[in-house]
Design a protein around this ligand. Structure first.
Ligand code: UDX
Length: 470
């Protein structure tokens, strides 16, 4: 099928590349010329395991193209994905101006046959209808004949119904198709989805979407091609949009729950790692997202939970449970600071080394990373902060971080430190030469913000080791 993906951030680029990989003909549109050039040369502007290989393969097989020309993309695609960012505004609401611009732009460029416009961006609940109205606005602008006859275009009819006597509008329908990709395993998640969610009110559009995803539903590209087909959840637009918020809010709340349990474990002398195992084996609870530590971050959880709280407020509901999940998380970023204070007493003038900076391993993404709050707090307390991150230390991005000295390797990081804090659970931190690091430090203290390292190994290496609730 012919697909156009507008916006080549994490979601757009992974979606475009994977749709090309499963056999579709894809054009990706982005207004950043430098980025488009990079992708045309087969390079991925983001670090995501497996993505660069897929891009190169699909470029070689001429199944994917990159352009800044929206008109070319709209002409090409029978299915047009909107995959631009909806970052959080300072008031917690989503900034939807990019979605707005793209939706209008699509409307202005629509011509010819029937198109399905798919909302992949995480938009406020109710946006499906809003996008439809914006597309119609755009359409009206270019189809001046329509405005000339003064036809009022019904907002919810997806351009199917024009007033009697007015020229026929290009036909389209809007579908909400939220993504559930995790950064660092976005390609894997695309090929191995737990479910596919399609929200819309047009059978024709849903049928086309099912055709598009058929190879994924049949698990043709999955690790386990024998498994039963991927469930497709077909809903109305608003429910599909809510599914995305509810899924992320549930997972974030689950982590805040185990973090709260960890804080209680610390006080009563229990071990949250054992507790998480003990409760996670109850199939009603499940063992995932019960890893206590420094709290959640990233581009989705903080933004989506705040946006859901905000939406609830707009409708007169306070959402106390979700507010608490956020509050627990904000405090959780500082639990390791309290631990450092307990061990070192005075922090002013001390040097602390951070192992990892990104909000999770296998990504270079620093959006809402707990490390940023930690650096801010430690600096405020007079601590000199150094850091090593397997990706950021190598990429040029580190200079953008304030108040932290980025070291190029772990030994340089350890030199002269009064304590190390493990912030991100990068696999390679499990096999560092800890006896060597202990010897380089002023005090061999390690606070494990992810309960990721083996206590006995660290103690044998000469470290004073502390986890979170562990
Ligand atoms: C998340 C959702 O998982 C994904 O479905 C959605 O599409 C986007 O948001 P992502 O932000 O990439 O994905 O990261 P995820 O792996 O979910 O981790 C989110 C945060 O929670 C990270 O900071 C991670 O370190 C933290 N986390 C995760 C924990 O602290 N404990 C856990 O047990 C799991």
């Amino acid at each position: 099928m012919k697909v156009c993906v507008i916006g080549t951030g994490y979601v757009g680029l992974v979606t475009g590349a994977c749709l090309a990989r499963i056999g579709h003909q894809v054009i990706c549109v982005d207004n950043n010329e430098a980025k488009v050039k990079l992708m045309q040369a087969g390079q991925s502007p983001i670090y995501e395991p497996g993505l660069a290989e897929i891009l190169q393969q699909c470029i070689a097989e001429q199944r994917i193209e990159f352009t800044t020309d929206l008109q070319a993309g709209v002409n090409h695609g029978d299915i047009l994905f909107i995959a631009v960012g909806t970052p959080a505004l300072p008031n917690g609401k989503s900034d939807t101006r990019y979605v707005e611009a793209v939706a209008r732009g699509i409307g202005e460029h629509l011509n010819g046959g029937y198109k399905v416009i798919v909302n992949k961006s995480t938009v406020p609940i109710g946006s499906g209808n809003w996008v439809e109205r914006l597309i119609l606005d755009g359409l009206k602008k270019t189809h001046s004949a329509l405005t000339a006859v003064g036809a009022e275009v019904p907002a919810s009819d997806g351009g199917k119904i024009a007033e009697p006597g007015s020229p026929a509008l290009p036909e389209f329908d809007v579908v909400s198709n939220p993504e559930f990709l995790r950064e660092g395993s976005a390609v894997y998640d695309t090929f191995n989805p737990d479910r596919i969610v399609l929200g819309g009110n047009s059978d024709r559009a849903i049928a086309l979407m099912q055709q598009l995803y058929d190879p994924l539903v049949r698990r043709e590209f999955s690790d386990d091609s024998e498994a039963s087909p991927v469930p497709v959840v077909v809903t109305d637009l608003a429910s599909a949009e809510m599914i995305k918020y509810a899924a992320n809010s549930f997972l974030a709340t689950k982590i805040s729950f185990i973090n709260e349990v960890a804080n209680i474990c610390d006080r009563v002398g229990a071990d949250v790692v054992q507790v998480a195992r003990g409760i996670g084996l109850d199939s009603r609870i499940g063992d995932k997202f019960l890893q206590a530590g420094i709290g959640w971050g990233g581009s989705c959880f903080p933004k989506d939970v705040s946006a859901l709280v905000n939406t609830a407020e707009d409708y007169g509901y306070e959402a106390p449970l979700l507010r608490s999940a956020v509050e627990v998380n904000q405090k959780q970023h500082f639990v390791v600071v309290e631990k450092l204070q307990q061990i070192l007493k005075i922090l002013n003038g001390k040097t602390v080394g951070l192992l990892g900076l990104t909000f999770k391993p296998d990504t270079d993404d620093m959006r809402d990373a707990p490390s940023l709050k930690l650096i801010e707090k430690l600096t405020m307390l007079g601590v000199k902060v150094k850091a090593f991150d397997p990706i950021l230390s190598q990429s040029g991005q580190s200079h953008t971080l304030a108040n932290v000295l980025i070291e190029s390797d772990v030994e340089r990081l350890a030199e002269g430190c009064d304590a190390l804090v493990l912030v991100t659970d990068w696999q390679q931190f499990q096999t560092l030469n800890y006896p060597r690091l202990a010897a380089l430090m002023t005090h061999a203290i390690l606070v494990d913000g992810r309960n990721f390292l083996d206590r006995s190994t660290l103690e044998a290496a000469g470290f004073h080791y502390t986890g979170v609730g562990h």
